[in-house]
Design a protein around this ligand. Structure first.
Ligand code: URA
Length: 389
């Protein structure tokens, strides 16, 4: 509580992070794989499936990608929950299986081992019930202790900014980014941070299986523009950090080429199969009721409340309110029209995927309420607001 009110200075934040890392096992991925290994982390948003596309692209370019991920809570979805929409997919591998798969396939994404930073579980639980989650030093120490203990040489951090994110303003996001970069450098890791827009959902899909479908489409080169841009830019950073000896421009070209020539999609399929899953899109669960949401007037989409869309998906069953809730992988929302898109009166702007008509009707109302329409197009906002480091 004292930290929440008074904050920690730099050395105190280092000391806390260090103590948290030393509370459990640490992995030396470089030694275990014999190569430079890269990782990415997002502070969490609505429709954020970036790692699921970045992993296969980076690995298809020949760079090992090993990641331990978390589950979603509240209006943000977790990478593990999304992966578990794939029938058979195993998120719980032993550390040895994880390392073997990064060696063999070049890619593994698994649940965080219970032995990795056990102090974070205790501290986070305590922060959760004492309303002290929202503090830059505590968030930075929590995220970076896990990233450092998990052992990648280079880490790209994606700090989400806006309505649907922890950090509501660019100033707060910058402060968190700078703190995490310092912690990473202090631990001898190469780190870069992108601050990205979370004032509207990322891409179109919000909901587990829907987001896996969007990931597959993106790996085919048919993804939404904002999501594709974020994915290629994260890949460019990661490839520039890798031992390939390329800069960011060449990294981006290689990432785009891996999508174009089908190698990223082929790697996705190998990865999903290696973790016991069925990579065929047709095997993903589908919701029985699909309802269109129509624009009430002609004009432009001026805004889409990210939290409101996240909450609509949560009420459909795509997320969990408490950590023990079950997830319905089939349901969710597709925001087909995004900020700045022109719409005709009655045109479909979104789609709700639900288990029954009543849930679909409620979610359709919620989704429409999240959309704001205007006569003029809003000023364009890029997905990447700033890059630091
Ligand atoms: N994500 C984490 O892992 N920890 C925090 O404290 C906040 C977001």
């Amino acid at each position: 509580m004292a930290v929440y009110f008074r904050g920690l200075d730099g050395p105190e934040t280092f000391a806390l992070t260090d103590a948290m890392i030393r509370s459990g096992e640490t992995i030396d991925l470089h030694a275990a794989i014999g190569r430079k290994v890269v990782d990415k982390h997002s502070t969490g948003g609505v429709g954020d499936k970036t790692s699921l596309a970045v992993g296969p692209i980076v690995a298809a370019c020949g760079v090992p990608f090993g990641k331990m991920s978390g589950r979603g809570l509240g209006h943000t979805g977790g990478t593990l929950d999304k992966l578990e929409s794939i029938p058979g997919f195993r998120v719980e591998l032993t550390t040895d299986e994880f390392l073997q798969q990064v060696r063999d396939v070049g890619l593994a994404i698994i649940g965080q081992s219970a032995n990795l930073v056990p102090a974070d579980k205790l501290l986070y639980g305590l922060r959760d019930v004492t309303a002290t989650v929202d503090n830059v030093s505590l968030i930075a120490a929590s995220i970076m202790s896990k990233k450092i203990a998990a052992g990648a040489d280079a880490i790209v951090l994606d700090v989400k900014v806006g309505d649907g994110a922890f950090m509501k303003t660019i100033e707060d996001a910058r402060e968190l980014a700078e703190t995490m970069l310092e912690l990473g450098r202090h631990a001898g890791r190469e780190v870069a941070c992108v601050l990205t827009d979370m004032d509207q959902p990322l891409g179109h899909a919000v909901g587990n299986a829907l987001e896996i479908r969007e990931t597959i489409a993106t790996l085919r080169g048919e993804g939404p523009a904002d999501f594709t841009e974020l994915v290629l830019s994260a890949c460019a950073h990661l490839l520039a950090f890798s031992d390939l000896g390329v800069d960011e421009i060449a990294g981006r070209e290689r990432a785009a080429a891996a999508v174009e020539d089908g190698s990223a999609l082929a790697l996705y399929e190998r990865w999903i199969s290696a973790q016991g899953g069925d990579p065929a899109e047709a095997s993903l669960p589908t919701a029985p009721v699909v309802r269109d949401v129509q624009a009430p007037r002609a004009g432009f989409v001026a805004a889409i409340g990210a939290i409101d869309i996240g909450m609509a998906a949560l009420r459909l069953g795509a997320g969990r309110r408490t950590k023990d809730d079950e997830i319905d992988h089939a349901v969710g929302v597709l925001c087909l029209k995004k900020r700045g898109d022109a719409v005709a009166a009655g045109e479909t702007v979104a789609q709700v995927h639900a288990q029954d008509d009543a849930a679909a009707a409620q979610a359709a109302d919620d989704v429409l309420a999240a959309y704001t329409f205007a006569d003029d197009a809003p000023a364009a906002t890029p997905i990447i607001l700033e890059t630091i480091g």
